[in-house]
Design a protein around this ligand. Structure first.
Ligand code: IPM
Ligand code: MN
Length: 361
């Protein structure tokens, strides 16, 4: 029997609540599709920081490296630890395990209402492929006399040939695959999210590599949009988009907009992927730890459940992954169980139970 070692880092705030639902669904899928699971939980996060002065142990990557995949709830609790410190836990794993693709599918399911008027289940079906290890998040920079009148800070974005090439190639491969599946007939398309009119080194270089990679995929349509205009077009005409490839920071920004297209932060799932599988990949909802809702059991766990779907896809459990998605779709279409973000009064665990019932049915 195939078996997987899964690391779970529930993290802070509502992380524990959504991780419980994610695990519920992972277990249900394992039972039905007969694969084994060994789950190990790690208590890393802001409370760990208060005790140990660090977000996790020094050897955290060593502790994680032999797992098949990682599920992360969410990290951050600014009342306890400044965000730029707590979030090193997340960013260290993304970079340390070379999870250079941040895969963020954006789909609006029937029965879910988006605050954006143009968003319908017919128009919203795109994927953002976000670069996840370098760019604006390279952490290259410094302070000079930060407290003096002459003080300044600088932060340098790093765009390496390898870094751009591999993530853009992943986007083209994905567009090709979606086209074959008939997801976006008749053509697959990769929109290059850029800003090369103003960022005259980094984004000019990024565009050049985009054009080079595109040559290898003549069947995939090329397209480009400056990031500011892209946010406008995503709202005005979401149905136009298929795959969007973006640098780290731009991808971060446009996927919060994407979350609104798909109904809210409670629906937006993500995978931090090391495509070569040299290191474990990490799956997480893209929402934050929402301290003000912590402990109330009211947040929407769909984003976390969908992250488990992405995890199983990555592990090659396609049937189980497809089944989870169908169970999510049925739960949402039935419209009986709705957390407060959907206008209902149901609890986090009730959504997990409903999805699990459809998986078992
Ligand atoms: C995300 C988050 C993180 C990011 C933060 C918490 C560091 O916003 O996953 O989108 O910027 O990548
Ligand atoms: Mn973000």
């Amino acid at each position: 029997m195939q078996a997987y070692d899964i690391a779970v880092i529930p993290g802070d705030g509502v992380g524990k609540e959504v991780a419980a639902e994610a695990l519920k669904i992972l277990n249900a899928a394992a039972e039905k599709y007969r694969f084994g699971l060994k789950v190990v939980e790690f208590d890393w996060g802001c409370d760990y920081y208060l005790k140990h002065g660090r977000m996790g142990p020094e050897n955290k990557l060593d502790r994680l490296k032999d797992f098949d995949a990682i599920f992360l709830g969410c990290i951050g609790d600014a009342a306890k630890v400044p965000d730029h410190i707590s979030l090193t836990l997340l960013l260290d794993i993304r970079k340390g395990f070379d999870q250079y693709v941040n895969l963020r599918p954006i789909q609006l399911y029937p029965g879910v209402e988006s605050p954006v008027k143009t968003a319908t289940p017919e128009t919203v079906n795109m994927v953002v492929v976000r670069e996840n290890t370098e760019g604006e998040y390279a952490a290259a920079g410094g302070f000079f006399k930060p407290d003096g009148p002459e003080g300044f800070a600088f932060q340098t974005a790093i765009f390496s040939r390898q870094g751009c090439e591999r993530v853009i190639r992943y986007a083209f491969e994905l567009a090709q695959k979606r086209r074959k599946l008939g997801d976006r007939n008749p053509v697959g398309m990769v929109t290059n999210c850029t800003k090369s009119n103003a960022l005259n080194y980094s984004m000019v270089f990024w565009d050049k590599i985009y054009r080079e990679v595109a040559q290898d995929y003549p069947a995939v349509k090329t397209d480009m949009a400056l990031v500011d205009a892209l946010t406008m077009w995503m709202v005005k005409n979401p149905g136009y988009f298929d795959v969007i490839v973006a640098s780290n920071l731009f991808g971060d920004i446009i996927t919060d907009l994407g979350a609104m297209l798909q109904g809210g932060m409670g629906f937006a799932a993500g995978g931090n992927i090391n495509p070569a599988k040299k290191y474990p990949s990490m799956f997480e909802p893209i929402h934050g730890s929402a301290p003000k809702y912590t402990g109330q059991g009211v947040v929407n766990p769909i984003a976390s459940i969908e992250s488990i779907r992405l995890m199983l896809e990555h592990l090659g459990e396609d049937q189980a992954a497809g089944d989870i998605q169908q169970a999510v779709i049925k739960t949402l279409a039935a419209g009986e169980i709705r957390t407060p973000d959907m206008g209902g009064a149901h609890k986090t665990h009730e959504v997990g139970d409903a999805v699990r019932n459809f998986i078992r049915a």
